[in-house]
Structure formats: structure tokens, C-alpha cells
Write a protein that binds this ligand. Structure first.
Ligand SMILES: C[S@@+](CC[C@H](N)C(=O)[O-])C[C@H]1O[C@@H](n2cnc3c(N)ncnc32)[C@H](O)[C@@H]1O
Length: 504
């Protein structure tokens, strides 16, 4: 098959350009045609498993430009170098530096070698086709710059030995290791082990680590050992990672220094990288006591003094994940089941958005199948029927999903208790809230709000009305493409007026 055909229409256009153009001239002009082709021919799903999403040229150039302001470097290391975008850009700024590429994928490394050759840099490059976590770098007399875009691979796709490595590395560095940490966190820790005083680092990653529990290893490392220096959160319009729609953060560090604070700044244009105007020097003590750093990026206006955080009155809990909605949400295909295992549930955000603030009729909702952990608890007359259902569910692979393998029993979804208030949390509109009057269960498309103490239906209704007109998009986290997500913790931080004032 012609390469162009195999690449599809976008690829065909690219291919024509490449054939007609001159690859080496393009590389010398700072383009990366081979890297672009690599991204077209390697399916997106395979690249996601390796975290192989290459960095747009404008971002590479802004980050390397930032590094130039940090002085001269004798060596540049790019962990997970891909096609070599960072190294080639850095070589222009630091012409005497040795270039070290660490890349685990042999095909990407081949492209990197071709690019380095075309750019006339191969003589000073060392290409290590190796796992960055296992790479050893000899110490040098001068200064090393660590720059790049560590692969974002979620913990589900990280093999057990690598997780063990991470646990041990974290222990060596005095950090807490979460089993949920992604590969990018591993890269930060390896950099912390390799880097010397006087070195510098600048990495771009998804901004998620600022807030999530597993990100505490990076947050702590930046305060103790990795020497956090500046943190920029990119405006969604800069679309650093257009494929994943996630917000990006660029973090710069001076290893082995003890920072008294970190410059934090939201970035609306790449030209502002390295310019501290509008940045806030957040003191170390504030960073250490703030569990989620995104609030430090854009501190909102202070709420009135008598307001309290929603989380003081409610626990916010994301709904249950089934692992295979086509099996666990009953449909016309589902084999017969007793009513005792079928639970009306909110399974789509639209059911909350279109409810007018109250879900009153559970019979309109789809039913989620939730079998007990111990199936022998069910009435013996249903045994045959249940076993027929389980055979069907297994045939559809419902026992082999990641979620099914990691819950107490693959066959038991484990729905949470009905939450008196349900809320959407990911949309291009503010979250919608609904009073759950028919005790519907909820899946992970919504959060459940559970009162910490008894509340009357009147109080709950008044609060839902207030939340529906007062929770603004700006209080959540914005993703490229304009999606706004409210994690449970973000919803718990929403300030609400005293409930008594709402009912009057
Ligand atoms: C986000 S891409 C960045 C590529 C390049 N630095 C850029 O910014 O365009 C991450 C790269 O890390 C590589 N990678 C994934 N796991 C790795 C590992 N354990 N060790 C070294 N490289 C790895 C991937 O193959 C991919 O090329």
C-alpha cells in the first residue's frame, strides 16, 4: 500500500509535502517532519500507552528560551526525547553543550538519530535507547540542563516492577509514593536522583499533579530536593496537548537548592515564560500547607465572611465506576434479572441538567445491575438466572476490565448509597445540581453530596436553588477546549452562604 494511503487524507497531504520538500532542509529550519509522520503512523492508542505526544514547536522554543536565561550549560539531557525537538532547539542556544537523549522507543530513537544527523549535531549527541528510570549519567564538571516533556502514562499501564522501582526511589528520596502515580512522576524522581547542585530543570506536564493525591510526590520534591523555582499554568487556548485536552503546567527547578518560595503564574501567552511580571512569589510555608496548588495559581475573590465551604456541611463523592457500562447498565440485551439487583441510577449528566433541579421520577432512569459480593445471599430461586447473566457478562469481557479486576468481586459494582443532592462536574457549563427526591443511585458522571448532619428537604432544596445560580465556571479547572471539571475537593471548596439565610 502507498504510504500516503496508509496515512489517510491528512497524512497524504503531509506525505506530498515531505516528498516534494527537502527533509534535511526542513530539519535545519527547525521543523520535525519525521516526528510528525511518526505521530501519524503510530496509532494514537499505542502512543498514549507510551506517553508519546510530542511538544509543539512554540512551547519547545519558549522553554529552551527560559533556560537560556538561567546561564550557560555544558550538557543538556532530554528524558524521553522522542524525535529530539528539545535537544535540537537547545543545541542552538548552548552550542558547546553535550546532548544526551534518553528514549525507550527504538523507532523514535531512529528518527531522533536521523534528525540529529540532518541538523549537524550527531557528533555531540549521545543517544541512550533505554528506560530513563534505569539510566546512569556520569557526573560532569559543569552544569546540566534537564529539559523536556516526560511521558504521561497512567498507573494502569505501568508494570509492577516499575511501580516497585518507584516505591524504592521515593523511599531513597524521603518522599511518599502513591501507587496511582503516573510515569511522569517517576521521571521527576529519577531527575532528582541524577541532578547535581548548579543544574537546572524545566519540564512540561499535564497540570493534574498540582492537585491530585499522587502529585504530592512532585509537590514535596519541589520543596525538598528538586528546588522548585517557577511554575506556569498554561491557559487552555495555548493548547499544549491538543490530543488530550488537558491543561499543561511548566515547572522549572534548581536541583538541590532549598527554595524559600516558588514563582507561580498563569500564562496566557508563551512570550510571558520567564517574565515574572504578574507572577506571585508563593512562600514555601504556604506551598507546604496547601494540598492543591491550582488554587495558588488564580486565587479567587474572597467570599463574604459568614460564608462557609460546602465541604464543611457535605461530603462530596464521585459516583461509582462500573468498568463496562454496556454490561452493568441494563438494556434490552441484558438477560433476565431479579428486581432486587436492579437499581435506578443517574447514568448521564443530562438527567441532572434537564431535571429542573429535582429528580422526582426514578422509573425514567436506566437501571444499574449491582449484585451482592456474596451471590449466595440471593434467593435460591434466582441462582440459574444469575448464573446465566454472569456467563453473558464474562463473554462480554466484564470480568477482565481494570476496574473489575481491582474491586472486591468482579461481579459486584458496589453502588454508593443514594446522595440527597447530585451534581454534574464536567461540561462546558457550570455544574448543575438536583435534589434527588427518588433516591436514585449515581455513576461517575456525577458527584453525590452527602450532608454531614441531618438536613430537612426544605434546606436541601434552598441550597440546590442557590448552587444552580451561583457556582461559576471559574471555580473549577478549565481544560483545553473549554471543558471545566470540578473534582470533589473543588466542589467542597465552593463557599456557600449560611443555610438559614437561604430559606428566609
Ligand atoms: C511526551 S513524549 C516527549 C517527546 C519529546 N521530548 C517532545 O517533547 O517532543 C515522551 C517520550 O518519552 C518516551 N518514553 C516513554 N517511556 C519512557 C521511558 N521509560 N524511558 C525513556 N523514554 C520513555 C516516549 O517514547 C516518548 O517519546
Amino acid at each position: 500500500m502507498e504510504v500516503g494511503l496508509a496515512l489517510g487524507r491528512g497524512g497524504q497531504r503531509f506525505f506530498d509535502r515531505i516528498v516534494l520538500g527537502d527533509i534535511s532542509q526542513a530539519v535545519r529550519a527547525g521543523e520535525d517532519p519525521l516526528g510528525e509522520i511518526f505521530q501519524l503512523i503510530r496509532p494514537a492508542a499505542a502512543r498514549r500507552q507510551q506517553g508519546a505526544i510530542y511538544t509543539p514547536a512554540a512551547i519547545v522554543s519558549a522553554m529552551v528560551g527560559w533556560a537560556e536565561g538561567m546561564g550557560k550549560f555544558d550538557r543538556v539531557v532530554d528524558p524521553g526525547a522522542g524525535s529530539g525537538r528539545f535537544l535540537i532547539a537547545a543545541a542552538r542556544k548552548f552550542p558547546t553543550a553535550e546532548l544526551v537523549a534518553v528514549e525507550a522507543d527504538p523507532l523514535a530513537a531512529l528518527i531522533l538519530r536521523a534528525n540529529m544527523t540532518q541538523a549537524g549535531l550527531i557528533h555531540k549527541a549521545r543517544i541512550r535507547i533505554q528506560d530513563y528510570r534505569l539510566v546512569d549519567l556520569r557526573p560532569i564538571e559543569g552544569r546540566t540542563l534537564y529539559v523536556g516533556n516526560p511521558p504521561y502514562v497512567r498507573h494502569h499501564n505501568i508494570a509492577q516492577p516499575a511501580k516497585l522501582w518507584f516505591g524504592k526511589a521515593a523511599a531513597r528520596l524521603g518522599l511518599k509514593a502513591s501507587k496511582l502515580a503516573g510515569l511522569h512522576v517517576h521521571f521527576f524522581l529519577r531527575t532528582m536522583e541524577l541532578a547535581q547542585r548548579g543544574d537546572c530543570g524545566c519540564f512540561i506536564t499535564a497540570a493534574e499533579w498540582l492537585d491530585v493525591n499522587y502529585g504530592s510526590a512532585i509537590r514535596r520534591a519541589l520543596l525538598d530536593g528538586l528546588g522548585g523555582y517557577a511554575l506556569y499554568v498554561l491557559a487552555p487556548k495555548l493548547a499544549a496537548f491538543p490530543e488530550s485536552m488537558s491543561t499543561a503546567a511548566i515547572v522549572c527547578f534548581k536541583p538541590r537548592e532549598s527554595p524559600t518560595g516558588i514563582q507561580i503564574k498563569p500564562l496566557s501567552s508563551l512570550g510571558e515564560l520567564g517574565d515574572f511580571e504578574g507572577a506571585r512569589q508563593v512562600p514555601r510555608a504556604e506551598l507546604a500547607r496547601t494540598p492543591r496548588w491550582s488554587v495558588l495559581v488564580r486565587p479567587g475573590p474572597m467570599p463574604p465572611r459568614d460564608y462557609v465551604a460546602l465541604g464543611e456541611l457535605f461530603r462530596v463523592h464521585r459516583g461509582q465506576v462500573t468498568g463496562a457500562n454496556d454490561v452493568w447498565i441494563a438494556s434490552s440485551e441484558t438477560p433476565e434479572l431479579p428486581a432486587a439487583v436492579l437499581f435506578p441510577a443517574v447514568t448521564k449528566a443530562a438527567e441532572i441538567i434537564n431535571s429542573g433541579g429535582e429528580i422526582t421520577n426514578c422509573s425514567r432512569l436506566r437501571k444499574v445491575i449491582d449484585l451482592p459480593l456474596d451471590i449466595s445471599e440471593l434467593d435460591p430461586e434466582w441462582r440459574v438466572v444469575i448464573s446465566r447473566f454472569l456467563t453473558w457478562a464474562r463473554a462480554k469481557g466484564a470480568d477482565r476490565t481494570y476496574i473489575a479486576r481491582h474491586r472486591r468481586a468482579w461481579h459486584s459494582v458496589g453502588l454508593y448509597d443514594p446522595a440527597p443532592i447530585l451534581a454534574t462536574y464536567m461540561a462546558r457549563r457550570p455544574p448543575a445540581f438536583a435534589l434527588n427526591r427518588c433516591a436514585a443511585r449515581h455513576l461517575n458522571i456525577s458527584h453525590g453530596l452527602y450532608p454531614r448532619e441531618h438536613m430537612t428537604a426544605r434546606m436541601l432544596r434552598a441550597l440546590v436553588t442557590w448552587l444552580n445560580s451561583n457556582v461559576a465556571l471559574s471555580q473549577g479547572r478549565t481544560y483545553a477546549g473549554g471543558l471545566v471539571k470540578f473534582e470533589p475537593g473543588e466542589l467542597e471548596r465552593v463557599a456557600i452562604p449560611p443555610l438559614a439565610s437561604l430559606q428566609s
